[in-house]
Design a protein around this ligand. Structure first.
Ligand SMILES: [Zn+2]
Length: 492
C-alpha cells in the first residue's frame, strides 16, 4: 500500500487516485531565463522517481510539467541583452529539455509551454471575471522611451487592462481554504517578493492573472483586456485543466512554491470550477542547501546542473540521481562535493557488481532466492512509505554486500546471476534510474574476495584483521576506499 505525505493535511495518507487505475500528476516546471541550478534538478529527479514508481505499481500515469516561457525575468534578461524574449526562452527551454534527458528523466508525458496555451489561459481568466472572482483595472501608465500609450490600443476600445484575482471574494465563498496548504494564518500572511503591490490593486494580496503591455519590447497576445500577457500562477491551472481536468491526483513542486504560488493555483482553480479539492495530494520536496563557508567564489551559491554534470567524469546521470535520492525528499540536502563523490563511488560499485554477475558460473545457491526476495520486499516497502528512496537504495547495497562474497567464491549459478540482473533492470533502474551500463571488470577475483572478507571484519569491528587485509590488498597494487555503500577497489 502506497502512502504519500500530503502537505495539504500534513499527514501520510494511503494513495487512492480519483480514478482507480490512472493518475494525473502535475509538477511546476522551470522559468526558462537561465540554465537550471542543481536544486531544481533535485526536484525534477525526485518527481521523476514518483512517476516511475507509480508506473512500476501499475498505474497509468499522465504526468504534465509546464514550462514558463513568458515571464518578467525572461523579458528583463532579453531587454538587457538586446534580444527578443522568444530567443532567450527558446535557448533555455532547449537547454532544459537536454538537461532532463541527461538526467534520465523518463516519466514526464508532456512538457507544456505557457506560450502555446494562451487561449486556455484567457478562457480561465474570463471565467474568473464572469464569476466575480477577478476584476479588471486600467493599466498603470508606464514611463520611459519604450512605454506603450495606454488607451491607444487598437485591439480594444477600452484600452489595455490588468486583471487581478480578488482574494477577499474568494475567501468569502471558500472559507478556510486559502493559506491551509502553506499553513499560514490569513491575518499574518506576509507579502512575498513575487506578489507586489501595484497601485491599481484593490488589496495587496490580490494577484495578477493578466498583465497589460507596458513596454514595446514585451511579448503580447490579444485578449479581451487588450494586448498583454498572462501572470505566472494562471499558466499552471490553465494547462493542468486542459490535460488533467478540474480535479486531479498529485501536484508537486519545491517547498518554496507552496506560498504564494500553490495557494494561488488552488484559489484560481477552485473558484473557476467550484470544485473542492483542486488536487488530492500535494507533495513538496526540500531544498538543496549550500554551505556558504565552503563554497569558493568561482562556484557561487547557485551551481548550475551543467557545471556539476561536467565535473563528473563517469556516469553523471546515475551519480547525481543517487546523490539527490540519498536524502529523504522532504529533508534538506547539503550541496557537498564529498557526498557527490561518494555517490559516484556507489554507482561504480553497482557497475562492478553487474560486471561480476556476468562471470558467475557456479552451482545453484540455495540462499539466493530468499536474499533476493528480501531485498525486493524491502525496496518496495521503502518506496511505498512516502517514497523513502534512501532506504530503498540501502536495500540494494545490502544485496550487493550479501552477494559479492558468493560471486568471489563463484557460488552462484549463471541463471541466478541473470535473475539478479533482471531485478536491477526491472526494479532498481526502472524506479530509481541509478544503474549504469555494466563495465568490464578489472579487479581480480582474489582481491575482491579479500575486500569482502575485510568488509566482514569491519562489520564485526575487528579492526586489526581488517587492517591487515587492507595491507595485503594494497601490496597487490590496489587501493580500497570505504564508502557508506561498501568498499570501492581500484588500481593504484
Ligand atoms: Zn507552478
Amino acid at each position: 500500500m502506497l502512502k504519500i505525505y500530503n502537505t495539504l493535511n500534513k499527514t501520510k495518507e494511503e494513495f487512492i487516485p480519483l480514478d482507480q487505475k490512472s493518475v494525473g500528476m502535475f509538477v511546476c516546471g522551470p522559468t526558462v531565463y537561465d540554465y537550471i541550478h542543481i536544486g531544481n534538478a533535485r526536484t525534477f529527479v525526485f518527481f521523476d522517481v514518483v512517476g516511475r514508481y507509480l508506473e512500476f505499481k501499475g498505474f497509468e500515469l499522465n504526468y504534465v510539467q509546464n514550462i514558463t516561457d513568458i515571464d518578467d525575468k525572461i523579458i528583463t534578461r532579453a531587454h538587457n541583452e538586446g534580444k527578443k524574449p522568444e530567443e532567450i526562452s527558446l535557448k533555455y527551454k532547449t537547454a532544459f529539455i537536454d538537461d532532463m534527458g541527461g538526467l534520465k528523466i523518463a516519466s514526464v508525458n508532456n512538457y507544456a509551454l505557457a506560450s502555446e496555451h494562451i487561449p486556455e489561459i484567457i478562457t480561465q481568466v474570463k471565467t474568473l471575471v464572469e464569476k466575480g472572482y477577478a476584476y479588471t483595472a486600467p493599466a498603470i501608465k508606464a514611463t520611459g522611451p519604450d512605454a506603450v500609450e495606454v488607451g491607444d490600443n487598437p485591439s480594444t476600445s477600452l484600452g489595455a487592462s490588468d486583471v487581478y484575482f480578488e482574494l477577499a471574494r474568494y475567501n468569502k465563498d471558500f472559507p478556510n481554504q486559502y493559506g491551509v496548504l502553506s499553513g499560514q494564518n490569513l491575518e499574518e500572511l506576509k507579502e512575498s517578493t513575487r506578489v507586489e503591490m501595484e497601485a491599481n490593486k484593490l488589496s495587496p494580496r490580490d494577484f495578477v492573472l493578466w498583465k497589460a503591455q507596458n513596454y514595446s519590447y514585451e511579448p503580447t497576445n490579444e485578449s479581451p483586456w487588450g494586448l498583454g500577457r498572462p501572470g505566472w500562477h494562471i499558466e499552471d491551472t490553465a494547462i493542468s485543466e486542459k490535460y488533467l481536468g478540474q480535479q486531479y491526483d498529485i501536484h508537486g513542486g519545491g517547498q518554496d512554491l507552496m506560498f504564494p504560488h500553490h495557494e494561488a493555483e488552488i484559489a484560481q482553480q477552485q473558484a473557476s470550477s467550484g470544485k473542492i479539492p483542486f488536487v488530492k495530494y500535494w507533495m513538496h520536496s526540500g531544498f538543496l542547501i549550500t554551505k556558504a563557508d565552503k563554497m569558493s567564489k568561482s562556484l557561487n551559491n547557485f551551481r548550475t546542473l551543467r557545471d556539476t554534470t561536467n565535473s563528473l567524469p563517469r556516469h553523471p546521470a546515475e551519480t547525481l540521481r543517487l546523490y539527490f535520492l540519498s536524502a529523504h525528499y522532504r529533508s534538506p540536502l547539503a550541496y557537498d562535493d564529498t557526498l557527490i563523490n561518494q555517490s559516484s563511488v556507489a554507482v561504480d560499485r553497482i557497475a562492478d557488481f553487474l560486471a561480476r554477475l556476468t562471470k558467475a558460473s557456479g552451482e545453484e545457491n540455495p540462499l539466493l532466492d530468499e536474499t533476493l526476495k528480501s531485498c525486493a520486499d524491502k525496496f518496495t516497502t521503502s518506496m511505498d512509505d512516502d517514497f523513502n528512496a534512501p532506504s530503498a537504495i540501502a536495500s540494494v547495497f545490502e544485496l550487493i554486500r550479501a552477494l559479492n562474497p558468493l560471486l568471489a567464491k563463484n557460488t552462484l549459478s549463471a541463471g541466478q546471476a541473470e535473475s539478479v540482473k533482471t531485478f536491477f533492470q526491472t526494479t532498481v533502474e526502472r524506479v530509481l534510474g541509478i544503474v549504469p551500463e555494466p563495465k568490464e571488470q578489472s579487479i581480480p577475483p582474489e582481491i575482491l574476495e579479500l575486500a569482502e572478507q575485510r568488509e566482514q571484519h569491519r562489520l564485526d569491528q575487528d579492526w586489526s584483521k581488517a587492517d591487515s587485509l587492507r595491507a595485503r590488498i594494497e601490496s597487490s597494487g590496489f587501493t580500497i576506499a570505504d564508502t557508506p555503500f561498501g568498499p570501492l577497489i581500484s588500481t593504484k
